[in-house]
Design a binder for this molecule. Structure first.
Ligand SMILES: Cc1cc2nc3c(=O)[nH]c(=O)nc-3n(C[C@H](O)[C@H](O)[C@H](O)COP(=O)(O)O)c2cc1C
Length: 171
């Protein structure tokens, strides 16, 4: 990867994984990229649970019941910690979701750099997840991220993007 732009262009939502396991060194590299993500007032209001065991994988697959999702060798559950997120005093806006989103995108891009695939998943059943993976009440699941080697026959859906002139205004 020669540039950050190329890294961003290479990442896509991977919805089919091979059986090959993710090495500990790749996983640790990716988690280090997560760890150093920026957050509001550096509060780091997050927790990341790596789900690797067969029992854990099966339970998580019930929370997002899609065939492609089951093919991932491991998952990361990204939680925001509502007890330690920064809240803007002017309007009471909570920014924990923003913080977690930045860290998760670090995860996805670091995985891409390592030749691995990921997919953001927010359309999971949050109450089932809380039941199957009990955590402290202040930990709210934000996203599930499957992580693994991309299956050779994984279909890349071409997802168009708005052109710059539609989304950027210079004043
Ligand atoms: C916050 C967020 C939530 C998403 N949730 C899901 C999801 O629940 N299931 C899914 O298959 N894809 C999900 N996606 C993936 C998007 O559909 C995908 O990123 C978008 O269509 C652009 O495609 P690309 O990632 O291949 O570039 C999510 C993406 C984001 C950023």
């Amino acid at each position: 990867m020669d540039s950050f732009l190329e890294l961003c262009q290479t990442r896509y939502s991977v919805r089919k994984y091979s059986d090959a396991p993710v090495s500990d060194s790749d996983l640790n590299y990716i988690l280090e990229c997560v760890r150093i993500a920026p957050s509001g007032v550096n509060f780091q209001p997050w927790k990341f649970v790596v789900v690797k065991s067969e029992e854990g994988r099966k339970k998580l697959q019930r929370c997002y019941d899609r065939e492609w999702f089951s093919s991932a060798p491991l998952y990361i559950i990204a939680y925001k910690d509502t007890a330690s997120e920064w809240v803007r005093k002017y309007d009471g806006k909570h920014i924990g979701d923003i913080d977690v989103a930045i860290a998760v995108e670090h995860l996805c891009l670091a995985a891409t750099e390592k030749g691995l695939g990921t997919c953001w998943v927010c359309n999971f059943d949050p109450s089932l997840l809380s039941e199957l993976f009990p955590q402290r009440e202040n930990l709210v699941p934000v996203a599930l991220i499957p992580l693994g080697h991309i299956a050779p026959d994984c279909q890349k859906r071409e997802q168009g993007r708005k052109v710059l002139s539609e989304i950027v205004e210079t004043i």
